[in-house]
Ligand binder design. Sequence first.
Ligand SMILES: Nc1ncnc2c1ncn2[C@@H]1O[C@H](COP(=O)(O)OP(=O)(O)O)[C@@H](O)[C@H]1O
Ligand SMILES: [Mg+2]
Length: 276
Amino acid sequence: MSNIIEIKSLTYHYPLEGGGSVKALDDLSLQIAEGEYLALIGPNGSGKSTLARHLNALLLPGEGDVLVDGLSTSREEYRYEIRRYVGMVFQNPDNQIVATTVEEDVAFGLENLALPPDVIRRRVAEALEMVGLTSFSQHAPHLLSGGQKQRLAIAGVFAMQPRCLVLDEPTAMLDPRGRREVLETVKRLNRSEKITIVHITHFMEETFDADRIIIMDKGRVILEGQPPDIFGGEVDLESLGLEMPSIPKVAQILRAGGLKIPPGVLDVKQLVNYLC
Ligand SMILES: Nc1ncnc2c1ncn2[C@@H]1O[C@H](COP(=O)(O)OP(=O)(O)O)[C@@H](O)[C@H]1O
Ligand SMILES: [Mg+2]
């Protein structure tokens, strides 16, 4: 599989008022394959959002390089193409609403591309269908639930036909139902539409279906693996300031008590199978 994104020795400092700077990314290298579902976790301040903002040239490398579909984000002439290629969804759903109806909100980005009206109508309809908001097309966005607002934000980006979607803690402000809705939508974008996903989250359970999990700390990638590798019990997540997800944690406690539970247990069904 070819790489859609290549990050090479990326270092980034935020300048501070009154001089000095904060190092947010430290010689970080990472490759993301076309069609991959990547989950990115790490304690607060580890550089996740800074990395996300480099993926569509909202921030530009201090040192190193970020290539999107082979194009360097540092080159001004590629910026438009890179922003079409990589869509972003942020944490706060209210900040992403731009219009007074759901339908107009999704159409907003497309209208800026000067597409013919029938193409816009079709893409808006497809995007609303994809996120399950078709019956809300005439509703006012600010009256939607948090989960619906985030799905609307995803629809607006999806309508632009990106190849990669970067979501920076899209469920952090949502209730459990909203979180489930958004997670299902993200998985569908990956599985049915083959869109490459970079999903930043602090809910460990949301990473279980990812192809690969990356753990960041202090601006670096400190560990990567598939979900059973990360949550199998060998990695001390709590010492990294991360929470151990509940089922792997129960498995760990039972193991410590002498029961033979193999590593990599992620769900209740598996756990019960080993116990009975
Ligand atoms: N706008 C900013 N100005 C100065 N420092 C910042 C800014 N944004 C983030 N930082 C610092 O950069 C580091 C990485 O932050 P961030 O990428 O937001 O981490 P995360 O998303 O993992 O919580 C932290 O030390 C943070 O304090
Ligand atoms: Mg962040």
